[in-house]
Design a binder for this molecule. Structure first.
Ligand code: IPE
Ligand code: IPE
Ligand code: MG
Length: 245
């Protein structure tokens, strides 16, 4: 597909699902799927940067994924640390600005430090903004934003009447990023799994059966092509939108 002809969404969010089943289909351990999943992330990040996506948010580890067998959790943490180590220079060279969504306090101090120095290194880059969601949960994000509001009101810094959707949004982990235009979930499930609950209020939802390790440039271009055909009405009528255009 000629990507020059595709209008790309400004913010794409992806629930990267299906690593385990991809591996199982080949009689391989789940680990194998996660490793291959990292390759898929690399290719998608490069492609998104190349074709002009401004913000890409990938769900790498949910707050619920701690419930997996300890060996799998450990492996996922190792892959995260290794990915950061192996890819940071290249991401920086490619002008990628890295952000993290999620509660980092649960991670080992060393990993936290590495993540923070990666954020620092890339903070002035002007290319693709890559948000990696780790130990992230949509309900956690809303809750921590609400707690901050309560603190501000208790301290007299904010009046209850000043609380708006925008003031809550500004305290979410995604504060500086516009809401996703397109949410993609691979792996055949049609659910949000506690991802960007607040932020996806008006996202276009795209579900594909493709397992994450097989999700390639052609697959994301197909999602973009589908997205271009959506009419985003935000509560208005189709006729109003056509007239405005
Ligand atoms: C997604 O693939 C990766 C993570 C959630 C970390 P899964 O590991 O969920 O793969 P399936 O859904 O079991 O196939
Ligand atoms: C969602 O996938 C989380 C990530 C992709 C990181 P899961 O595989 O954890 O979701 P459920 O458990 O099937 O809903
Ligand atoms: Mg899964």
């Amino acid at each position: 597909m000629d990507t020059a002809l595709i209008t790309v969404p400004q913010h794409v969010a992806i629930i990267m699902d299906g690593n385990g089943r991809w591996a199982k289909n080949q009689n391989k351990p789940r680990v194998f799927g996660h490793r291959q999943g990292v390759e898929a992330v690399r290719a998608i990040v490069e492609h998104c940067g190349r074709i002009g996506v401004e913000h890409l948010t990938v769900f790498a580890f949910s707050s619920e994924n701690w419930s997996r067998p300890p060996a799998e959790v450990k492996l996922l943490m190792e892959l995260l640390a290794k990915g950061l180590h192996d890819d940071l220079d290249r991401l920086h060279r490619n002008d990628v600005r890295l952000s993290i969504l999620g509660d980092l306090s649960a991670f080992p101090k060393r990993l936290q430090q590495k993540l923070n120095s990666a954020l620092e290194l890339t903070k002035n880059n002007t290319g693709l903004h890559l948000n990696v969601a780790i130990n992230y949960g949509g309900r956690w994000d809303i809750t921590q934003a609400a707690k901050q509001l309560v603190t501000q009101v208790s301290a007299g810094e904010l009046q209850e009447g000043d609380i708006t959707e925008d003031s809550l949004s500004a305290l979410m982990n995604t504060a500086t990023t516009p809401d996703p235009d397109l949410l993609i979930r691979t792996g055949g499930e049609s659910r949000i799994s506690n991802f960007l609950l607040w932020q996806c209020a008006y996202a276009e939802l795209y579900f594909t059966d493709i397992y994450w390790p097989d999700f390639d440039e052609a697959a994301i271009d197909a999602a973009f092509a589908w997205y271009v055909g959506r009419q985003r009405r935000y509560g208005k009528t189709g006729e109003q939108i056509t007239q405005e255009a």
